[in-house]
Design a protein. Sequence first.
Length: 289
Amino acid sequence: MLAGRCGVGLALLALIAGGWACAVKRTIRVSPPQPPGPLRQATVAELVKDVDAWSQAINTLTATVEFKPTTGSIYTGVIKEYQNVHGFILLKKPAMIRIIGQAPVVRTQIFDMVSDGREFRVSIPPKNKFIVGDNSYRGPSKTSLENLRPEHILDALLIPPIDETREKVFSEEAQTSTGQYYILSVVEPGRAVELSLKRKVWFDRSNLNISRLQLYGAEGSLREDIDYADYHDFQGISYPSEITLSRPAEGYKLSIEIEKATFNRPISSEKFKLEKPPAATLVKLGGSQ
């Protein structure tokens, strides 16, 4: 009897297991990951030529964008995500830029900033404040985003060409979790036998697009780190539609998504003039008059 019961029990277990397996078993076909394509080759001279071509191809830019700023520091664990800000960018070489930001949905203006390479002017209507300062000014602020300057964005949008009269270059190869790269380092003579690192330009070896720019300040400190992605053809100009810049010293990070861009159409210098609204409070920084 016991053997019979055990036999029935085993049969039931087998039936249940078989039925469960039938209920959940399915075949999923997963495409194997595609092997990476062949790595592109380039000489130092060719990399320098690509850097120079980036700058030479752009004289003006008119763009519709989305900004997404992030403030705080990963070291303190305090990071605050702000809503996307709709905006516009006007750029005219060598150093004129205007950036307008609008609040989501209602599209009211939340900031308007310009720089001519020497001075920046920022209007903040919600705070009824108008700020004027020297581009070189670096001072304390209540929030990280108050350190945002129009020339920071200009630095990200225009990669400076190599000045062969005072700059030297060398290249190296690097491999990260995202791919393999050429890194073109740009240095200039310092004191005695010293060399001063000015910038590093990263090239993605899968396509030789510029994927990253690192700008350095005094004593080799990282001043600005910029990532470039998703290149589009804008009327014959190949340009990244996603640009993310980080300013470690000022404690902020800003992502720029370019929705629409027009290059090299004339822009009047009047477009870069920004006057203080009559009722706004004037704030002067860095000795501006």
